[in-house]
Design a protein around this ligand. Structure first.
Ligand SMILES: Cc1cc2nc3c(=O)[nH]c(=O)nc-3n(C[C@H](O)[C@H](O)[C@H](O)COP(=O)(O)O)c2cc1C
Ligand code: SF4
Ligand code: SF4
Length: 361
């Protein structure tokens, strides 16, 4: 089994999984619960200068993930400082206090949150341009590491991350939920949440991976890779993209905090099967391949299919999905019609059909 202990900017995490800020981090007992379930660190619900009031409803199951219009914490900062952070710390949790949403809020709250026991701060805002200034404000006031949370909802996410690092951030958390997004309820003809919402969970994984990889390649900083991780394989991809730790919010909301135990067991076994001795060894392991992929060959030549009889169930999926009518059967393809798109192989549920690049001498 592979070792999962992780060092995040000097914080010693038992495991690389971080409970991301959200509904399951609504108070100190909830943070403790995730800690006991196996989270290596827990991020509080975002603490603002005043308690938020949320619209009803504000979370809906949607598109394989969640759509939410939840604001920041509905508990006051005084309550977090006096009771919730100390409670989670006493229980042994590595607590990261999420603080928002403006520079003024950070000025007012940062020192008190650190004094209450927060092991690090994570600054976050709806306004990307405010985040570097918030980092600056926090760094001036606390000695614990300051993380900056960035979102992919506006262009220039790498530039924002860079500016946050220049302002003193020790790590970047990427990404926040994605939107604005919209779904309708058919019977009422109304938006599911009464208006726009933000998407999280499985549907956003590819975008989160891209953003994490871009930040990793351009800055090399520690990253809490967050967005769409549901399984250990997703977590391995997040590590490959350059994450040091892996944030999860929607998965434990939908499946309960016991998902941490599943993720830990499966991640350790998965990394071992891939030849890694520690999770940190997997950090950034996919980036070299990504650079090579940017010089992608545009010719079909040099690529060939391998098909294995034993795992093939003759389900016919590979033939059905071929957009060009080139795949005649699992084992045969009309070479003249095949564009090499790769969809047949990537759709094979048994991994019987694989598209491989022939090694040239
Ligand atoms: C209902 C809900 C509430 C959230 N509240 C916060 C929040 O208060 N502060 C914050 O920084 N992120 C918040 N997030 C975003 C998550 O921390 C996370 O970045 C995002 O959901 C992507 O991760 P996931 O796909 O694992 O959920 C919230 C997400 C959800 C679903
Ligand atoms: S999709 Fe895979 S398992 Fe199904 S017929 Fe094609 S090769 Fe066989
Ligand atoms: S690679 Fe694309 S075009 Fe070629 S057989 Fe497969 S699905 Fe059809």
């Amino acid at each position: 089994m592979t070792a999962l202990a992780t060092n995040l900017c000097g914080l010693k995490l038992r495991t690389p999984f971080v409970l991301a800020s959200g509904p399951l981090s609504f108070d100190g007992d909830a943070l403790t619960c995730a800690h006991r379930a196996g989270a290596g660190a827990v991020v509080t619900k975002t603490i603002g200068a005043r308690a938020a009031v949320n619209p009803v409803p504000h979370i809906a199951r949607s598109s394989g993930g969640l759509l939410n219009a939840e604001r920041w914490s509905d508990l006051s900062p005084e309550r977090w400082i006096a009771r919730e952070i100390p409670r989670a710390r006493q229980a042994g949790a590595v607590v990261i206090a999420s603080v928002g949403l403006t520079r003024e809020d950070v000025r007012e709250l940062a020192a008190a949150l650190a004094e209450a026991g927060a092991c690090a701060l994570e600054v976050v805002s709806y306004d990307a341009s405010a985040v570097p200034g918030m980092v600056e404000e926090a760094v001036r006031r606390v000695s614990v590491p300051v993380f900056a949370k960035v979102s992919a909802n506006a262009p220039g996410v790498v530039e924002t991350a860079r500016a946050c690092l220049a302002s003193g951030a020790s790590a970047i958390t990427a990404i926040d939920s994605l939107g604005p997004a919209l779904r309708f309820d058919l019977a009422s003809r109304r938006p599911q949440l009464g208006g726009y919402g933000w998407l999280s969970g499985r549907p956003i994984l590819p975008i989160a991976l891209r953003v994490v990889a871009d930040i990793a390649r351009k800055t090399g900083c520690p990253i809490i890779g967050t967005g769409g991780v549901e399984t250990a394989s997703d977590a391995v991809e997040m590590l490959y993209a350059g994450a040091t730790a892996v944030g999860v919010c929607t998965a434990p909301v939908l499946r309960g905090v016991s998902v941490f135990a599943d993720l830990l067991r499966d991640l350790s076994a998965r990394l071992a099967s891939l030849g890694f001795e520690s999770s940190s060894e997997a950090t950034g392991a996919g980036l070299a391949g990504l650079i090579a992929a940017s010089e992608r060959a545009e010719v079909r030549e040099g690529w060939r299919f391998t098909w294995s009889r034993t795992p093939c169930t003759q389900c016919g999926v590979c033939v059905r999905v071929c957009p060009y009518g080139a795949r005649r059967s699992a084992e045969t393809v009309a070479e003249a019609d095949c564009r090499g798109c790769g969809l047949c192989a990537s759709s094979c549920p048994a991994a019987a059909l694989v598209l491989v690049k022939e090694d040239r001498p």
